[in-house]
Design a protein around this ligand. Sequence first.
Ligand SMILES: Cc1cc2nc3c(=O)[nH]c(=O)nc-3n(C[C@H](O)[C@H](O)[C@H](O)COP(=O)(O)OP(=O)(O)OC[C@H]3O[C@@H](n4cnc5c(N)ncnc54)[C@H](O)[C@@H]3O)c2cc1C
Length: 345
Amino acid sequence: MEVKENAPLAPLTTLGVGGNARLFVRTESIHDVEAAVAFSREKGLALFVLGGGSNVVISDWGWDGLVLQIGIPGIDEHATGRFNVGAGVNWDAFVAHAVSRNYSGIECLSGIPGSVGGTPVQNVGAYGQEVSQTITSLLAFDLAENRVRELSAAECGFSYRTSIFNTSQRGRYVILRVSYALEQDGKPRLQYADLQKYFAGSDGSPSLAETRKAVRNIRASKGMLITPGDPDSRSAGSFFKNPVLTSAELEELTRCAAERNLRVPRFPALAQQHKISAAWLVENSGFSKGYERGATGISSKHALAIVNRDGATAAEIIALKEEIQARVEQVWGIHIEPEPVFVGF
Ligand SMILES: Cc1cc2nc3c(=O)[nH]c(=O)nc-3n(C[C@H](O)[C@H](O)[C@H](O)COP(=O)(O)OP(=O)(O)OC[C@H]3O[C@@H](n4cnc5c(N)ncnc54)[C@H](O)[C@@H]3O)c2cc1C
């Protein structure tokens, strides 16, 4: 286990901002994780667990402690459709593997950056699928009880973009392996309008591989696929969650929109849960795609992605986030919650 001092964190993230870790270690086994945790305790260092760095904003001061990056490898199929996957495996590589073996259940999650271990944390979801639909259990190091233990899917407390790992038990577990149950020869899920439009006019039903390709193409057109050379993908993905409203709040929003001759878009997939589009709120609060604010701005392809245009600082990213939140609140009376994790602030 190699411990590095003063290690730059920005290059380990998709947004590319922030300072250094006082100490940094990349672990490739459960044993290494236990050793790194023991080391941080012995030295009295605050611990931060990093995966693929695609959902974090690191402060300009960095992390004054130990950053533990999880690199545990391995995709094991232990029964038909039952996969045990190392937390350090690249998520999209696992999706590619599953699709190539004709397993359904995660094809709509193609192209999401980051690690397998990062997926349960915010119950990653896109285009009508969420990992909570296929995760059966996971193995984690419990920092409170100082032992490795298994958590069932029910114990993970999954909900929209949340789990116990980013709410009630934040910082308690280091996820080591995740188990998924996929369906062999299953049909792709084509619930989302974007996907239905993509395949409109094509003969027969698309295969899992065609669905994966479609999802990646749609994501690329929105800057939501990490594409070298595309400045719109230097982001942390969607910076804000879609707000969940009560019926009364939704009624009030619809009334306010009508006064401005606007209609609140109701996407079937969001409507079921009284969710409304954060992108619509942002775009109807005076921000447009391509909005610029110094070295930061909004992606020219997606209103919810804050991008690091050119050497931005974390402080500049936060200033833009706050400007957007304040304007949405002022115009619509709705507070939009950020999605990424803020580290070292
Ligand atoms: C271009 C782009 C598009 C995106 N699109 C989507 C999308 O469609 N849907 C979606 O849900 N998300 C999306 N995201 C967000 C992000 O990719 C996911 O949240 C991803 O699962 C984060 O995984 P990660 O390994 O990069 O985690 P990191 O960014 O490294 O960490 C995020 C959080 O998870 C914790 N964490 C990571 N690994 C572990 C572990 N092994 N054990 C314990 N805690 C851990 C960290 O401590 C941190 O709190 C997108 C991001 C980008 C940049």
